[in-house]
Ligand binder design. Structure first.
Ligand SMILES: Nc1nc2c(c(=O)[nH]1)N[C@H]1C(S)=C(S)[C@@H](COP(=O)(O)O)O[C@H]1N2
Ligand SMILES: [Mo]
Length: 390
């Protein structure tokens, strides 16, 4: 006699399963191939940013020795900083796309070591995304956040640098195994992880994307490509007297009334004051120097005015003196600027009265502004009211 089969009701519980990824480009070889470009870009941004930071906030022992040569030094480094930073945005998101399946590894934490590794990657990703996106908004002069951009961008740069180094150390074996196209590590892997047309296509596409971003923005600083500067916020030739303006006189609170009875005041052992006519009667020099904004745009211009070192000498300054420059601007981070010996003595450093053959326009700093070689744009003080021998 056959017994009827006993059927138990089956209770079906929903099982949470991590998504699985079969795409062949989410592999260590792709991560390494993109990562080395991204790492190089971040290193260039870090070093050029550090250079800018030191020029803007030199430690006291270094300030007298900062070099005014080459005159295009700051122009080159800040053009690179912003140009490479824009390329890094593309590379960073490509890299994140290549590795994002790892977000879903199962189990999410295998050991303390694994947890720490994932935490360090989280810090790296957060800091790097923060850095490139705030940098992008800064060059567009859009500040939708409550903090001050410059000190935060500088501090987070160190977080990125530290977490990149940690990441390189942790991933060293993987990087070594996948550095070369046909490395021993790659050969040992299943066939589909080897280089194929897919990866080549991905890397070519990525190169084309980076190239497009670069070619359509780098002209803001690299003027031979200025005609292709379609996407950068600034164009090197657009602005009064053929030069962009970062901060207008109106924005700086410099009014016609403040300029009416303008005198240049020079403080030192033998202080004096000069009217604009008296200043214009002193020996005038002409120099060709770039304005290089920390936001990545830069342009050469022809400046004419009085050598700062002549003005300091007349005030009884000893050779080797530095100078403090105070603007008429009522408030603002760049109202007061100090210049070390090398800049103050340099024959190219002028208190400029003219730009590209015309009297300075008010937005370029009328009646007088500083122009010095190899200096951050933010230190090319406009609307100068006073020089103080240091
Ligand atoms: N007094 C004063 N000078 C200033 C600034 C400022 O905000 N205040 N901005 C600086 C910045 S950020 C740059 S890039 C240059 C730009 O000079 P331009 O507007 O004549 O091109 O001026 C600099 N001089
Ligand atoms: Mo600037």
């Amino acid at each position: 006699m056959r017994l009827p089969a006993l059927r138990l009701p089956v209770l079906r519980l929903p099982v949470v399963r991590p998504p699985s990824f079969s795409g062949r480009l989410h592999d260590p070889r792709t991560a390494t191939a993109i990562g080395r470009w991204l790492g190089t870009a971040l290193a260039v941004c870090f070093l050029t940013g550090l250079f800018s930071h030191v020029l803007q906030h030199p430690p006291a022992w270094l300030a007298p020795y900062l070099p005014p040569r080459p005159v295009w030094g700051y122009r080159l480094t800040q053009g690179l900083h912003v140009g490479v930073g824009l390329a890094a945005i593309v590379l960073l998101f490509a890299k994140l796309w290549a590795v994002y399946p790892r977000l879903f590894v199962w189990p999410p934490v295998r050991s303390v070591r694994h947890a720490l590794e994932r935490l360090s990657v989280a810090v790296l990703v957060a800091a790097a995304v923060f850095q490139v996106l705030t940098g992008l908004l800064n060059i567009a002069e859009w500040y939708p956040w409550p903090f001050s951009f410059v000190p935060v961008h500088y501090a987070v740069a160190w977080v990125v640098a530290g977490s990149v180094l940690l990441h390189l150390a942790v991933k060293a074996p993987v990087i070594r195994a996948h550095w070369r196209r046909r490395s021993a590590g790659t050969r040992a892997l299943p066939d589909e992880t080897r280089d194929g047309p897919d990866r080549r296509a991905l890397m070519l596409g990525l190169g084309a994307a980076v190239g497009t971003v670069t070619v359509t923005t780098v002209g803001q600083s690299f003027t031979p490509l200025a005609p292709l500067d379609l996407l950068a916020p600034r164009h090197p030739g657009y602005g009064p007297q053929g030069l962009p303006v970062n901060r207008t006189a109106a924005a700086a609170g410099v009014t016609q009334a403040a300029l009416r009875d303008w005198r240049l005041e020079v403080r030192g052992p033998a202080p004096y004051r000069l009217t604009l006519a008296e200043l214009a009667a002193l020996p005038q020099r002409r120099v060709r120097l770039p304005i290089a904004c920390v936001e990545g745009w830069s342009a050469d211009a022809e400046w004419a005015g009085v050598r700062v070192r002549d003005l300091l000498e007349r005030a009884g300054a000893r050779p080797g003196a530095g100078v403090r420059v105070v603007s008429l601007e009522v408030a603002g981070a760049y109202r007061v600027m100090e210049m070390g010996r090398e800049y103050a003595e340099d024959p190219l450093t002028l208190l400029a009265l003219r730009l590209n053959g015309e009297v300075l326009s008010v937005d370029h700093g009328y009646p007088a502004r500083i122009i010095a070689p190899n200096r951050p744009g933010v230190l090319q003080t406009k609307w100068v009211g006073r020089l103080e021998v240091l």
